[in-house]
Write a protein that binds this ligand. Structure first.
Ligand code: ATR
Length: 274
């Protein structure tokens, strides 16, 4: 029987995860199927249960079910415990294991694909929602010089900081309107502002020389933020397509214990689609 996997979300039509996993499988000569499943908002647990019962070996989970996935699982990795969200489920011997490869996917994209080392850098994360939560732990493990979380609703940034502060005193939180006079070598957009067609306002002087602006979204959704950052002095900009490919590669590894060549797949996607 062919090993079967899927990505579940709502909406799901836009997902390019099947393309990525099929490219991994082709390159490694693995025989798998990987489908998209649209789950009704209230039926997530049932949809996962049915896929598992039918012999599925694992799932990727996307918006809005990442928190539900972490609650559904029988066991959770440290990355899930600290972020409260899971984007990977592994079905083994009747047990559901949850993991989160989003943050490590972004870190791998930054360090491996882009060649930007986080060590000692002053890093700014914009946003304190689900996307930011998954990234904070993996960024801190790379020992940045400082990590500032800036959010429109400052209290959310501060409660996120509270979770990490004891172990990582380099982390701090501010309101989005309190960034004037600060300078960063890496600015990451983890807000969903572009989905609502709202441009973020950033103060002038935010970017240090040689700074990189990174958007966790990819394609058209990343363009406005990255253009704004270029105009305001970011030397380099990059969207989150590499993050998507790297989180997929980590998922593939968790399921199949083989690490695909993610860079080849990323190059292919950039050439043909983005
Ligand atoms: P996700 O899971 O994609 O992170 P989320 O949990 O709804 O989605 O979080 C969205 C994030 O984007 C939040 O940090 C939100 O700020 P608030 O906490 O103040 O709501 C941020 N965000 C969304 N639209 C924004 C906008 N127009 N300007 C600034 N921040 C915005």
């Amino acid at each position: 029987m062919t090993d079967s996997y899927a990505v579940v979300g709502n909406p799901i039509k836009h997902s390019i995860s099947p393309t990525i996993h099929n490219l991994f499988a082709k390159e490694l000569n693995h025989d798998i199927t990987y489908e998209k499943i649209l789950s009704p908002i209230t039926q997530f647990n049932q949809v996962v249960g049915a896929f598992q019962k039918n012999g599925g070996l694992g799932m990727n989970v996307t918006v809005p079910f990442k928190q539900a996935a972490s609650e559904l699982a029988d066991t959770s990795s440290e990355r899930v415990c600290e972020s409260g969200a899971a984007n990977v489920l592994i079905f083994k011997e009747g047990i559901i294991q949850a993991d989160n490869t989003d943050g490590v996917g972004m870190v791998n994209d930054l360090q491996k694909n882009i060649g930007f080392s986080l060590l000692g850098k002053d890093v700014l994360v914009l946003g304190a929602g689900g996307a930011a939560c998954g990234a904070i732990g993996p960024i801190l493990r790379e020992k940045p010089g400082s990590l500032t979380i800036a959010n429109r609703t400052q209290s959310k940034a501060l409660s996120l900081v509270d979770k990490y502060r004891v172990k990582h005193p380099v982390v701090s939180g501010v309101g989005l309107d309190q960034l004037a006079g600060r300078e960063y070598q890496l600015v990451i957009n983890a807000t969903s502002s572009s989905l609502q067609g709202n441009a973020l306002q950033l103060p002038h002087g935010l970017f240090a020389p040689e700074a990189l602006a990174y958007d966790m979204m990819y394609g058209a959704n990343a363009k406005q933020f990255l253009r704004l950052c270029s105009e305001q002095g970011a030397k380099y900009t990059c969207d989150g397509l590499g993050m998507l490919v790297e989180q997929a590669a980590e998922s593939f590894f968790l399921w199949r214990n083989v690490r695909p060549n993610s860079k080849t797949v990323l190059d292919k996607l950039r050439k043909n689609h983005f």
